[in-house]
Design a protein around this ligand. Structure first.
Ligand code: MN
Length: 500
């Protein structure tokens, strides 16, 4: 994955004279370099010359728009930079920006401070002038406050830069759907035109026959090689092994994987959906193939769920430099012990092995729906730890991104008869509050589930998209949560008309 860059942009003005501006530039270069080298910020940070005129600001913003490799801007006012100079540029800027409210020196030089020092280190008021204009223009941005060597501050910028990366990845991204949605299902529907306008990615359908053709064209030798790779990576059930009675099914699964890979790669797709209702010509519902493609960074949604496919892709990009996996997920069934409410998350087949604890087991079992041969699949448990579920829904007049923070736990007992990969978690703040809030908010049963992506990333990401963001976390209370949903209805109805 080629990393896009973040531009570090400092505002000033010509009032201070050349010597001061030289110092501003030197300080800015040092900060940009530190951010660039920071382990907490995964993207390259590129210093841009200090801006002191409306013309230069406008040119810079236009250049950012027309540079695909620029994922976003970090803005900082070292000195005062009269903000009317920024109107022309910022009203055109189409890239996300973070407003970094920092200062070059951490400590005040109490014994030596004079007016020269005061005139150079003015971000305390210069950034307020900038912030007024950003708010006056109703621009969504992240405001990060703190010294540029403060690790907490760097974490905030790093989280934002991961989201900017995912946002950049969505622009022009292509998602393919094999078949349509599962018949009669509501939440996996949505307005693909609105989505493309809002998010920048396109979603288009292909007949499953196009995929079948790719699968049919796979060479036997390629299947041999892939089966050898399975043997290295997984514990293969004896019936699927080379001498086993059902080895042919494993080869069918490998063939489907190779065909899917070749289709996705030829079409430059970043994710896909399948549906068990449209599998004409495929021997099995793709299970193993989907699992392994997700592990390689493709987004996926089952039953035609293109919004979740796109969301899983974005979450994969956000998490690309972080430990802890990310998967398509479904709230499947519950453990309703009043002392220990648990959710068992799984799907018919398609859970990403990036969240596997230990070495997955490759197995074959019957599947009650789809009317096809038994599909091969990876079976594993997901680890304990902090995680979240996220869902992207279409409310008709807008999109909403909803997050529930959860605490994944070890299954309290073994699940020897369950033939699919699974995760078990406790919801924050508690099961009853979380599930009621999720349902009140219209959250889907499909989610992106991640140990690496944090609420902060998805909040920043929603701001970049200009969509509603709703979180269910340890602080959620049922009544105020419902009030916030009602407030969102009003806000998003009117917000398009706020800038004047
Ligand atoms: Mn499903």
């Amino acid at each position: 994955m080629k990393l896009p860059e973040i531009w570090f942009v400092t505002g000033s003005q010509s009032l201070y004279g050349e010597a001061t501006l030289r110092q501003v530039a030197a300080d800015s270069q040092e900060i940009a370099k530190a951010l660039d080298h920071s382990a907490q910020i995964p993207l390259p940070v590129v210093y841009r010359p200090v801006l002191t005129t409306p013309e230069a600001i406008r040119t810079l913003c236009q250049e950012a728009n027309s540079t695909p490799n620029c994922a976003g801007l970090i803005l900082w006012m070292h000195t005062f930079s009269p903000a009317k100079m920024w109107i022309g540029g910022l009203t055109q800027l189409r890239k996300p920006f973070a407003h970094f409210h920092t200062q070059f020196h951490r400590d005040l030089p109490w014994a030596t401070i004079d007016m020269d020092y005061m005139n150079l280190h003015q971000s305390a008021h210069g950034d307020r002038e900038a912030g007024f204009l950003h708010t006056r223009l109703r621009l969504e941005r992240k405001v990060v406050v703190g010294h540029w060597k403060d690790p907490e501050t760097l974490n905030r910028l790093g989280a934002w830069s991961r989201s900017a990366h995912a946002w950049q990845d969505w622009q022009g991204a292509r998602f393919v759907r094999f078949g349509d949605n599962m018949r009669q299902v509501a939440v996996t529907e949505g307005d693909k035109v609105s989505a493309e306008i809002c998010f920048g990615f396109s979603v288009n359908g292909h007949g499953v026959g196009d995929l079948v053709q790719e699968v049919g064209a796979v060479e036997d030798t390629a299947v041999d090689t892939l089966v050898a790779e399975y043997e290295e990576c997984y514990d293969i059930a004896s019936e699927l092994r080379r001498q086993g009675a059902r080895h042919a099914s494993l080869r069918d699964g490998a063939r489907i994987e190779l065909g899917l890979r070749s289709f996705l790669s030829a079409g430059n797709f970043k994710g896909f959906t399948t549906t068990f209702e449209d599998l004409h010509g495929l021997k099995q519902l793709p299970g193993l193939a989907v699992q392994r493609l997700m592990a390689d960074g493709y987004g996926f949604g089952a039953e035609g769920d293109w919004k979740t496919a796109a969301l899983v892709r974005a979450m994969k990009v956000i998490a690309s430099d972080l430990p802890g996996g990310t998967s398509f997920m479904e709230d499947y069934t519950y453990h309703l012990d009043p002392q220990n409410h648990l959710v068992l998350g799984a799907h018919m087949l398609e859970i990403c092995p990036s969240i596997a604890t230990g070495r997955p087991s490759l197995q074959i079992h019957p599947l009650g729906i789809g009317g096809k041969e038994d599909p091969v699949r990876l079976v594993f448990d997901a680890p304990a730890g902090e995680a979240l579920n996220a869902t992207l829904i279409d409310l008709g007049n807008r999109f909403r991104l909803l997050v529930n923070e959860v605490e994944a736990v070890q299954p309290p007992e073994a699940l020897p008869k369950l033939p699919v990969a699974r995760a078990v978690w406790k919801c924050q703040p508690d099961f009853k509050t979380a599930c009621a809030a999720w349902i009140q908010a219209g959250g889907a049963h499909h989610t992106g589930y991640s140990y690496a992506v944090k609420t902060e990333n998805l909040e920043d990401f929603s701001a970049m998209a200009g969509i509603e963001f709703v979180v269910i976390d340890a602080n959620t209370q049922a009544r105020s949560f419902r009030e916030s949903l009602r407030a969102g209805e009003v806000y998003y109805h009117f917000s398009k008309g706020f800038v004047a």
